[in-house]
Write a new protein. Sequence first.
Length: 131
Amino acid sequence: TAVLEAFRCGRFYVYRKGKERSRLTRWGICSKNGLALSGEQAIWMPSSELVVGVEAEGEVEVKGDVIRNGSLWRSFSGAPPMTLSLPLPKPDIAGNRDVYRVVIKGGGDIVTNPIFWTIRSIRSFSRSTVP
């Protein structure tokens, strides 16, 4: 049932096996309201951050792209384990939402499900812990 719930809520990522094995350890938007994960929607707040964490077996370098609204927003690279905290800008247009996803190559390929970032008021997040 936990696996089916993760699929239903969009809390998973796609992984294509590589020579070395990498895995996503953190993927969310952290704010004073809590944590939004893949498939969830977060309310814009100053000082909110997009958090990305990667681990890998063996020695491998990973390269990642953070996609915002279908366009490259930020790139990163390095040797895992690594965790990035990227300050988020205010969504482009009031009432609309920004969409973030990440693509990571190295130790296999990882493609996340999106996280939605909005100015509109929504219910509190279902989680209250920071990754």
